[in-house]
Design a protein around this ligand. Structure first.
Ligand code: OAD
Length: 231
């Protein structure tokens, strides 16, 4: 088999690495209101609270290890005859830790700092302080390089091009609740991709996929990859 495979991952692929999802029972959005920690307005109002939320997540993510699902996607890119593109909504670095390269982090990364004044990016410290200065413009405007609600996700033009030339589109461990990522299946299908959802339970947009593989990512992703790589 050849052709381009575009994989979209969400929090579910990192759940078995010990990182919480957002909308499952007890998830991050059950413990924190989005409007308190994940909007530009929240950061303007209470930067200490927002920095504390992401500092905690940065520490948790640094301690996490990739699971068999991340490893299987790295194997897919190594062994598949065509191109494999990973687009992730996740802000952890577990795809990279598993060996995947060129991952498109559409919602940013915990490892990054961004200057809210000049747009300069640099590596985030483990614990980011309120009012930390930008190494480029020296404004006290450091923020996590995370795309918040109301902001434009990264790499959208490049992702659209990949979706339009995909042979297979797979969504792994994502609830289909957040756009634009939730619209990727439709874009890929319109341009002729075969679509598959891999999830612990069918997502809210499950009906839009050609195929479903239901179960924990650590099992269904390696099985799916093995099927694709089967001679
Ligand atoms: P959600 O928390 O919305 O959904 C997690 C999905 O993972 C659900 O569909 C679960 O069924 C599935 N899941 C849970 N455990 C799993 C497992 N072991 N194996 C496979 N699937 C599993 O997370 P996302 O869809 O990633 O954005 O959320 C999308 C965006 O909403 C996030 O990037 C974040 C959030 O608000 C921002 O912060 C901007």
């Amino acid at each position: 088999m050849s052709g381009k495979i575009v994989v979209l991952t969400g929090a579910g692929i990192s759940a078995e690495s010990g990182l919480g999802t957002f909308r499952d029972a007890g998830g991050l959005w059950a413990q924190n209101r989005i409007e308190d920690v994940a909007t530009p307005e929240a950061f303007a109002r209470d930067p200490a609270r927002v920095q504390a939320f992401y500092n905690t997540r940065r520490v948790q993510a640094a301690a996490a290890r990739p699971n068999p699902a991340h490893l299987a996607l790295a194997r897919l890119a190594d062994e598949y005859d065509g191109e494999v593109v990973i687009v992730t909504q996740n802000v952890d670095a577990l795809h990279e830790a598993a060996g995947s390269r060129g991952v498109l982090h559409m919602h940013g990364t915990l490892a990054g700092a961004l200057c809210a004044a000049c747009g300069h990016r640099w590596a985030a410290p483990d614990v980011m302080q309120v009012g930390e200065t930008c190494p480029a413009c020296h404004a006290p405007s450091a923020r996590p390089d995370i795309v918040w609600f109301g902001e434009m996700p990264y790499h959208m033009d490049e992702i659209a091009e990949h979706l339009h030339s995909a042979t297979i589109f797979a969504a792994i461990g994502t609830s289909g609740e957040v756009y634009p990522a939730a619209g990727f299946v439709e874009s890929a299908a319109v341009y002729g991709a075969r679509t598959v959802e891999l999830n612990l339970a069918p997502s809210t947009i499950a009906a839009q996929f050609d195929e479903a593989r239901i179960g924990p990512a650590s099992q269904v992703v390696p099985d799916w990859v093995a099927d694709i790589l089967k001679p």
